[in-house]
Design a protein around this ligand. Structure first.
Ligand code: THU
Length: 134
């Protein structure tokens, strides 16, 4: 299932614009994410760092948790924007895998140039999922 280009560009722009709200006093590496749900809604997120470093949460998880906590678990695509097109971390891939292995993951840089386009299944083959819990 592919998305139209306009929707992709929208999602990237929203993720990029969200970067200004990132709380990144330690890394100075703002990340913005935007999740598109099946219903057509978009939830954005940013990374939120903490003086107790491991408490930091990534932008992707903030966006996904905002969608889920608003009753939307049917996640179609996520855009992730950083200065240099950095890829989603392993923990975020695991959270994505909880909801949809076919979710489109669109990675872009600060100029909104797409640097990678994958499914969650591409990024985390063999993910641990609910059916592993037998
Ligand atoms: N970060 C994200 O927001 N998403 C990722 O997938 C990778 C890393 C954040 C966490 C931290 O605030 C900063 O980037 C540097 O690691």
């Amino acid at each position: 299932m592919d998305m139209d280009l306009e929707k992709k560009i929208d999602l990237i722009r929203i993720a990029n614009q969200a970067r200004k709200w990132a709380h990144v006093p330690y890394s100075d590496y703002p990340v913005g994410a935007a999740v598109l749900t099946e219903s057509g809604k978009i939830y954005d997120g940013v990374n939120i760092e903490n003086a107790a470093f491991p408490v930091t949460i990534c932008a992707e998880r903030v966006a996904i948790f905002k969608a889920v906590s608003n009753g939307e678990k049917d996640l179609k695509a996520i855009a992730v924007v950083t200065k240099n097109g950095g890829m989603p971390c392993g923990s975020c891939r695991q959270v994505m895998a909880e909801f949809n292995l076919e979710m489109q993951v669109i990675v872009a840089d600060e100029n909104e140039k797409i640097t990678a386009e994958k499914t969650v299944n591409d990024l985390l083959p063999g993910a641990f999922r609910s059916d592993s819990l037998v």
